[in-house]
Each structure stands twice: as C-alpha cells, then as structure tokens.
Design a protein around this ligand. Sequence first.
Ligand SMILES: [Zn+2]
Length: 112
Amino acid sequence: MNQMNIVQLENYRQKLLQQKLALLTGDEAELTSAVELKAGQLDNLSFQRQIKMQETIKHKQAQLQAIDGALHRIDNDKFGFCYVCNQAITEARLNFDLTVTRCLQCSDKIFD
Ligand SMILES: [Zn+2]
C-alpha cells in the first residue's frame, strides 16, 4: 500500500514526464549533430570532445531509464519506497530527486 495520495503521485508523475520530455528534446539535437559529425567532420573534433559527447549521451540515457523506472514504480504502487529495505523514502529526498530508489541509509551503505 502506498502512503501517498493519488494527487501527490499524479504530481510526481507529471514532473517525471516533463523531465523526460526535456531530456528527449535535448537528445534529438545531440544525436543530429552526432550524425552530422559522422558524415565527415569527425577530424575537426578533438578526441576529448568526442568522449565528452558520448558521456553526455550515456548520462542522458541513464537518466531516461531512471525516469522510466520511477514512472513504472508509480504505476505499480511502489513509488517512494526503498528498493533495498522497503521503507518509505522521505518526501524531502524524493523532491530532490524523483528517481531515487533507495532511502538515505541504504544509499550510504551501498556507495560508501
Ligand atoms: Zn532503505
């Protein structure tokens, strides 16, 4: 059972969808420029810039996956609960990042 009410969940869902849309819009521009580069301008681009661009795209793909995961958890009534210990994640933490899957204690345990 989810302790959050429907209005709150719907609010989170809208925020996640907006974030997703912003990411997808940005991706399109980047992918277009990546295609243009393949067409012959690759020599003009520094190696560091290529790496940086690949990292940016990877980072965005990871963010998109995280957002899709959060939307999926909303649909399955699991949003807002720690993936590890199943305790409720604090609202402050969720508002900071809607895609968090662990409570503060569990994320400390894993990343320390
Ligand atoms: Zn936890």
